[in-house]
Design a binder for this molecule. Structure first.
Ligand SMILES: Cc1cc2nc3c(=O)[nH]c(=O)nc-3n(C[C@H](O)[C@H](O)[C@H](O)COP(=O)(O)OP(=O)(O)OC[C@H]3O[C@@H](n4cnc5c(N)ncnc54)[C@H](O)[C@@H]3O)c2cc1C
Length: 434
């Protein structure tokens, strides 16, 4: 076919479609390739999106029918042992009105499809069920298009945007991004559990349309560096657990068994009781942070979103970084067209924008956080167990004085973790996020 386009985008996830929105209607002939049957078909999870980043691309996203599940009004943090745990929650009136849709849940199958649909009126061509198998390059190595798995499906383009996510082999195959190191990715499994809307409102103590996110760490990941989440959708809960891939390899824990054990935890089971499993999925998460980011631009190409490892593992923010990096890439591509220069120099506006944004600032700030978690497995073993022991001891009324209980607790703590180690843990932890 060898059809000529101005821009070819690989992947119709938040990064690719955000770029398409910005390029649309500017006379830049753009094609998006998506390997799924439709955008979102391969991203079936429910997840949290952020209104600020979406509004910069589609200011009237609500009026245009964005398929919002629930507006998040409360964020919970749980630190769990196998038998119990601590809960900290923050709810604020501002998230109901002034900061409405600061964060909200969506089903990705519906959201991605809707988001891509909106680009049609801007003249963008989204071609589904098509895998980009490689990149076309000229004799000097400049990227000049893509090869697809369609018969005669090569497409020439002046710029290619790789927005193909973390699970794609393409970036690695082309040599633009090394195969992710097992330390830099987590494997997450997710179950979407259907429950009546009113029952979710009751169990999470929210009004209709309001939602809660729960982020969980502790013994639930069976000693591995990992995290679990429970997100409320309109009439379902997304229950997800994941851990560092290198830990999975060492421990031989089966991800689905870990998810089943999470669902049986005394703090989780009452929330999901009576629900029906609707979707089960597994996906990688790009957790390597700043030090795992590959070169994000070159002659004739840019890399955005998860494919560029742009994910904030501490705050679980990836969709916002994908949308904003997609927008930045498109803005830089528009500049390159103005200059008629599609080399890495002509596309330099992309890295400049990223460097000047919250994306690189945040990723730099937390660059030591992944190493901290991997080097302190006691965060997922001894500490949650001791925390629960201390609370259980203090809350058990059994005729033993509180002073004696305090002594018992300190003795148990000192037996398992020295004061020096505790100080090092706090220092290292603070140093990795400050
Ligand atoms: C279980 C889980 C829960 C998460 N929860 C949250 C959350 O609550 N909030 C949040 O902000 N982030 C969350 N994330 C992260 C978030 O999903 C990602 O950061 C975000 O989806 C990245 O968007 P993207 O467009 O870069 O990549 P993706 O969404 O992965 O999209 C890439 C697209 O490219 C397509 N593709 C790949 N290769 C090819 C190819 N060769 N040819 C054609 N098409 C191709 C794929 O099918 C896919 O549609 C979560 C991730 C996981 C795994």
């Amino acid at each position: 076919m060898r059809e000529q386009f101005d821009v070819a985008i690989v992947g119709a996830g938040p990064a690719g479609i955000s770029a398409a929105h910005v390029l649309g209607g500017r006379g830049i002939k753009t094609i998006v390739f998506e390997r799924g049957e439709y955008p979102g078909a391969k991203n079936i999870s429910g997840g949290v999106l952020y209104g600020h980043d979406l509004a910069r691309i589609l200011p009237d996203f609500r009026e245009k029918g964005c398929p919002i599940e629930r507006n998040i009004v409360e964020s919970r943090l749980w630190y769990l042992s196998n038998d119990g745990g601590y809960s900290v929650a923050f709810r604020d009136r501002a998230f109901c009105d002034r900061l409405f849709l600061n964060a909200f849940t969506v089903g990705r199958a519906r959201f991605d499809r809707w988001f891509a649909e909106q680009t049609k009126e801007k003249g963008i061509l989204v071609v589904c069920s098509t895998v980009v198998t490689d990149l076309l390059r000229d004799a000097r190595g400049q990227v000049i298009g893509v090869m697809t798995d369609r018969p005669e499906g090569d497409v020439k383009a002046r710029v290619v945007l790789l927005a193909d996510g973390i699970n794609s082999a393409l970036a690695a195959k082309t040599g633009f991004r090394p195969e992710p190191n097992p330390h830099d990715v987590a494997l997450a499994v997710k179950d979407v559990i259907e429950l009546p809307e009113e029952l979710i409102n009751e169990r999470f103590n929210v009004e209709t349309g309001q939602g809660v996110t729960t982020e969980i760490i502790g013994e639930i990941t069976e000693g591995m560096d990992g995290v679990a989440v429970i997100y409320t959708n309109r009439n379902s809960l997304s229950v997800c657990i994941g851990a560092n891939l290198s830990d999975f390899v060492k421990s031989r824990v089966k991800p689905y068994e870990m998810l089943e054990r999470l669902k049986e935890h005394p703090m989780v089971a009452p929330l999901i009781r009576g629900g029906q499993s609707k979707e089960y999925m597994a996906h990688w998460v790009a957790e390597g942070g700043y030090d795992s980011i590959p070169g994000l631009s070159g002659n004739g190409y840019l890399i955005a979103g998860d494919s560029g490892m742009l994910f904030n593992a501490l705050h679980r923010e990836g969709s916002n970084m994908a949308m904003t990096s997609g927008r930045f890439a498109a803005e830089a591509i528009v500049e390159a067209f103005d200059k008629g220069d599609f080399s890495s120099n002509g596309l330099a506006g992309y890295l400049e924008r990223l460097d000047g944004s919250y994306i690189m600032e945040d990723l730099k700030k937390y660059r030591g956080f992944g190493k901290f978690r991997l080097e302190h497995h006691e965060l997922f073993t001894t500490l949650p167990r001791l925390h629960s022991f201390a609370a259980r001891e203090m809350l058990t009324v059994d005729g033993v004085s509180k002073k004696e209980k305090q002594r018992i607790i300190w003795k148990a703590i000192r037996k398992e973790i020295s004061t020096g180690k505790m100080i090092r843990l706090f220092r290292h932890g603070w140093g990795s996020i400050k």
